[in-house]
Design a protein around this ligand. Sequence first.
Ligand code: SF4
Length: 470
Amino acid sequence: MSALRFIDTHAHLDDPRFDGDRDRVVERARSGGVGTIINVGCWNRDNAFDGLHPILERYDLIRCALGVHPHDAKDVEDHAPFVLIRRLLERENSIWQERTVAIGETGLDYHYDNSPRDVQREVFRQHISLARALNLPLIVHSREAEKDTLRILEDEGAGEIGGVFHCFSGGLDMARRVLDMGFYLSFTGVVTFPNARKVHEVVRNVPVERILLETDCPYLAPVPVRGKRCEPSFIVHTAQKIAELKGLSLEDVARITTINAEDLFGLGSGPREVRIAYRIRNSLYLNITNRCTNYCTFCAKFKSYTVKGHYLRLKEEPTFEEVVRAVGDEPERYDEVVFCGFGEPLLRLDLVKKVGMYLKKRGCRIRIDTDGLANLVHGRNVLRELMFVDCISVSMNAPDSETYQRLVKTPFGDRAFPAIVYFLREARKFIPKVVATVVAVPGLDVEACRRLAEEEIGVGFRVREYNEVG
Ligand code: SF4
């Protein structure tokens, strides 16, 4: 049994190609860590979700979406499938009510044009109304119809409903518009195909917090099983490729995409576990406070307290003993231990020193991510107290005081920026590696920031992606 956990957000296990061995397919999915499969039920004239009901009854890990594929839009008469979906979902305590998590797949397919385009557009709009009425997200299919798909979603105000573009194959501009609308992007085995360069570019450039995984089985099996009938257990290959493209571990991608799918489809159960220590790649991050000196305009915590699938909203600040317990038995196995989290760690200077010394004695490499205002907060030069630190990463965030104050809304006013420049200069005396960072907020003069850091102060420089945390 795999220790990883995945959600296959788009499968067609009711397809007759699974009739001979569906039990074994589902068993392999479970063993491969697929904890939930969303089976997308497509209505058509001959099959009004009839094949889906027994599958829902037989397998407890299956959820479903209900809709009319754009290919079959031409067969919709008098709203028949929508009336049926409403009837199914209004049945109190029915399996349909319990397991239906989305409306779709719906959208536009101008590649095959199996239904007239004006009919596809009309049926797509009807799905959006239904999703709004039922308060369920949309699963959108769009093939060679990007402009019309986005126009209809925007016209209908679908951003309020939310949803996912399944098997996303558009370019980066389209991806950004989809994300701006609040939708997720879902990727199939196509991402593993060597010639899928456009998809690779999109995956590299969108936040992993907005990515879902799917197999679209029985179609689109990933490399190295390309050409076979696809099944949910193959999802690991898609996840592995996304990990490679994002510079993350497979474990990171499994955890993050699972939480993304839980958020979108309402699949989570109970409150999330708050992390004091959390792993990304092979680094261990310590979340010791959510308090901050500043109130940065670009801060991701104002949208969500989840970082790379870890929930960081502390109920109380942890004690030394709690941090050590969260770190576990072998901290030296990590590449580095980072004081970070959603908050300014040096507000808890004494705890940082105590935990830092403890970890140093265990042979750990220590990094602190800080806003660089600790000298102002504590009223003394704290850098001489941080000699156990191997690397310090300081959020410089601007090339000058005015820009800094506008971006981070610091309570220290015009004292803040000179204090950060001084902090960076002093840090070089006590800490082997010092890096000034900026978040690439639109309009920021990144080049001026680089010159200040590297040429005037003499420290390293790193640009952090806007909307990318961890
Ligand atoms: S210092 Fe960091 S955590 Fe605090 S508000 Fe700024 S970006 Fe957010």
